[in-house]
Design a protein around this ligand. Structure first.
Ligand code: HEM
Length: 390
């Protein structure tokens, strides 16, 4: 059974399994992201800004309970919002918080039994109420939010001076308006934007949520990361991407968080576009296929201690960072995560900036638990933590 719905947005969007022009859309999205955030106009300053807002938001809670998951979601999401919508949202914006909550809820419901039954009997489940219907309604709200943004962009988009992904897409639509087969239409723009927005929010913030939980659980590892941050960065400036090469331990810890957190255990659902032979297996065209990332991230023949949280997996005998072929949380091949580069930047900057400013520990007498909930992602159960300013 699939732990998520097969092609929730039909054949549209960037992540579509059944493949509506995904190649053109992927190429276009990649080149746009490069122009806006990963190339000459680097996104580092906007991530730095968001790190400052996040740290400030935690500090101003001043010992009062706060919703860490929500703050992480908001901060991470703002980075992608700047890319796709051209603006960020305040953490106090209730409408935006509701939207982020809807996305988290929809992702969680994808793991429900009723969604799994929908995958098998869509004609039947389409007739009955249940969590699968709630999930579709939540996704519709997300699409409506994006559609409003697209409509607002259409009013004042200047094709010669695009501000963000939506403007670039609208300009491309205009250029290709006589080519109806190119896939550049408003409907596809909305779904591609939702794909970027959702894929760029839940994944990275879930990884950070695991990361802080592991730091509470393994305080000796947290202390070593902080020692490295203090030595290399100090306390008077923010960590920057250029520090990464001098921070092998922190970099190894982030890799281990991704390996052990295993946030997309069986990858994104795909389907074969032609009859395919893999070894002795014949897979007919149109078969739904899932690849188990768990099997690689916990492979006994690849990892020394696959079932322990061990940053040593990514360090050589001299303490230098070492890459591992079996490190595949972003998958690989033609459909490898489109946001890998952005996610890596965000994970390094958010994680090191949080640990520079705070020590994370569990409330007195509470043993941190690694319990998880499984929806479209493998996510920690909500937990309590204390963020002590350093
Ligand atoms: C820690 C963070 C992230 C992880 C672990 C992750 C992981 C993945 C995985 C496993 C896939 C499926 C690859 C496959 O089918 O083989 C994927 C696809 C995708 N990711 Fe990410 N991702 C992350 C962050 C991001 C970010 C920040 C963005 C935003 C730009 C993003 C955008 C996408 C898109 C659009 C796809 C679909 C690509 C396609 O179908 O061709 N991801 N991601």
């Amino acid at each position: 059974m699939l732990p998520m719905i097969y092609d929730v947005f039909g054949d549209k969007g960037l992540g579509s399994s059944s493949g509506y022009k995904w190649k053109q859309q992927r190429r276009f999205a990649l080149s746009t992201l490069r122009n806006f955030g990963l190339g000459k106009k680097s996104l580092e300053p906007s991530i730095h800004l968001e790190c400052r807002f996040l740290n400030e938001a935690i500090l101003t809670e001043n010992g009062q309970p706060f919703d860490l998951r929500m703050l992480l979601n908001n901060a991470v999401s703002n980075v992608i919002c700047v890319l796709v919508f051209g603006n960020r949202f305040e953490y106090s914006d209730n409408d935006f918080q509701t939207l982020l909550n809807n996305i988290s809820e929809a992702m969680y419901l994808e793991g429900s039994m009723s969604v799994q039954l929908y995958n098998m009997f869509p004609w039947l489940m389409g007739q009955v109420p249940g969590p699968h219907k709630t999930m579709f309604a939540l996704w519709q709200e997300v699409i409506d939010f994006v559609r409003e943004k697209v409509n607002a962009h259409r009013v004042d988009c200047d094709a010669s001076n695009p501000r963000d992904y939506i403007d670039c897409f609208l300009a491309e639509m205009e250029k290709l308006k006589d080519d109806s087969a190119a896939g550049f239409d408003v409907e596809n723009l909305c779904i591609c934007t939702v794909d970027l927005f959702v894929a760029g929010t839940e994944t990275t913030s879930t990884t950070l949520y695991w990361g802080l939980l592991y730091m509470m659980k393994y305080p000796e590892i947290q202390a070593k990361v902080q020692e490295e941050i203090d030595r290399v960065v100090g306390g008077s400036r923010q960590p920057s991407l250029s520090d990464k090469d001098n921070m092998p331990y922190t970099y190894a810890v982030i890799h281990e968080i991704q390996r052990f957190g295993n946030i997309i255990p069986i990858n994104v659902v795909r389907s074969t576009v032609e009859d395919t032979q893999i070894g002795e297996y014949s897979i007919p065209k149109g078969t739904i296929v899932t690849g188990s990332l768990t099997s690689v991230l916990f492979d006994k023949s690849e990892w020394e201690t696959p079932h322990s949280f061990n940053p040593g997996h990514f360090l050589d005998a001299e303490g230098k960072f070492r890459r591992r072929d079996a490190f595949l949380p972003f998958s690989l091949g033609k459909r490898v995560c489109l946001g890998e580069q952005l996610a890596r930047m965000e994970l390094f900057l958010f994680f090191s900036s949080l640990l520079q400013r705070f020590t994370f520990s569990s409330p007195a007498g509470v043993e941190p638990s690694l319990d998880f909930k499984l929806g479209a992602t493998h996510c920690p159960q909500p937990y309590e933590l204390c963020a002590v300013p350093r």
